[in-house]
Write a protein that binds this ligand. Structure first.
Ligand code: COI
Length: 356
């Protein structure tokens, strides 16, 4: 069978659905996968062989160049069940566009936007029953692309595979997070790959994150690689602060991932009449704000993380406990708005929702 969207996508349906084995009430993040996956191959300079197949392990050569040299990029978005059972996604065209920015930086093949969008639609159509409906849950969708050449020479691969898999998931963070301001290791530097959603960026963050976890933190806040003086982002999300009544976040430089949630929150909060400042924020100013009480809210924003409250910030040998989450005004309001708009409970005034 094949579905005809505007592109020809061959469909092979699973004969062994796992749908009745997944328990909506015990959802972790990214551990269970839906029945199917979307696949497309870039061979001989052309994207081809678009297909939906049963979710299965990959077979690849030990000489696959992605394994050795890391040409691997990914995206993250979510699908929700609307109040009338419709399938809703949030700004997927931004993920398609960002994937190509990452592809350019990592010297990989660009993917026509219609393959991304039609692949997403085909997968969500066949696996729509995997979208969980318990509060706070969603179907997390992971589009990704990697090199497929089998060659050990260091050069850009000439063949690639693009795939989309889906995972019914609960919250990424189940409690407010304690973060450490990192002032030794770096995630990204000017001229590096920090603005790309490249797998290697996450690998490089694992060791510093492990050290922070051993010290009792959930996450790091990265600082600039040159001086460790300015706040950048956290490992799994952009970070924002309510400082002296204004929303402050790092500007989009080459070391910041241009988050879809980041962009949405900035537009939303500005529409509520708050002053929004995309500017360099020094660690000194942030710590001073924590001491003086000007820092009233700190939170992460990301697709997986949604709006993740930050309860404490560690810096050097001190820990600054921030105002109780219950006392915060802006971030809980953002969280509620975003949840409601994504689930079709309120009007989509910004035109962010795409129904499948
Ligand atoms: C996302 O928010 O979708 C991400 O890709 C972050 C990831 C580290 C879970």
């Amino acid at each position: 069978m094949s579905v005809t969207t505007s592109l020809e996508i061959k469909i092979t349906q699973t004969q062994n659905s796992k749908l009745d084995t997944f328990n909506q009430n015990e959802l972790a993040f990214g551990k269970v996968f839906s029945d199917h996956m979307f696949v497309a191959d870039f061979v001989n300079g052309k994207w081809q062989d678009l297909r939906i197949e049963p979710f299965a392990d990959l077979v690849m050569s030990p000489a696959n160049s992605m394994i050795h040299y890391g040409q691997s990029i990914f995206e993250g978005l979510k699908a929700y069940k609307g109040i009338n059972g419709e399938v809703l996604t949030f700004r997927p065209e931004m993920n398609a566009a960002r994937m190509n920015e990452s592809a350019i930086r990592m010297c990989m093949a660009e993917l026509p936007q219609d393959i991304f969008m039609e692949g997403l639609k085909a997968l969500l159509t066949i696996d729509k029953d995997w979208i969980p409906s318990v509060p706070g849950s969603s179907l997390y969708i992971r589009p990704f692309m990697f090199a497929m050449d089998n060659v050990l020479g260091v050069r850009p691969s000439e063949s690639y595979r693009f795939m989309i898999i889906a995972s019914p998931s609960g919250a990424y963070y189940s409690e407010p997070v304690r973060v450490k301001i990192e002032n030794h290791f770096s995630r990204a530097c000017a001229g590096g790959t920090g603005a790309a959603k490249a797998a290697g960026n996450y690998a490089a963050a694992l060791y510093p994150s492990k050290l922070a976890k051993e010290q009792g933190f959930h996450q790091l806040i990265w600082t600039d690689a040159k001086e460790h003086k300015y706040i950048e982002e956290a490992g799994t999300m952009n970070v924002m602060f309510m400082l002296d009544g204004k929303l402050v976040t790092s500007p989009l430089t080459a070391t910041i991932l241009p988050g879809v949630t980041r962009d949405s929150v900035l537009k939303l909060v500005a529409s509520w009449g708050y002053e929004v400042e995309e500017r360099r924020l020094s660690v000194d100013e942030l710590i001073e704000g924590a001491k003086s009480g000007k820092l009233t809210e700190a939170f992460g924003v990301g697709t997986a993380a949604t709006i993740a409250q930050i309860s404490a910030i560690g810096y050097e040998d001190e820990i600054f406990e921030l105002p109780a989450v219950e006392s915060r005004e802006v971030s809980p309001r953002i969280f509620q708005f975003m949840e409601d708009v994504k689930r079709g409970k309120i009007a989509d005034e910004f035109g962010w929702i795409m129904e499948i």
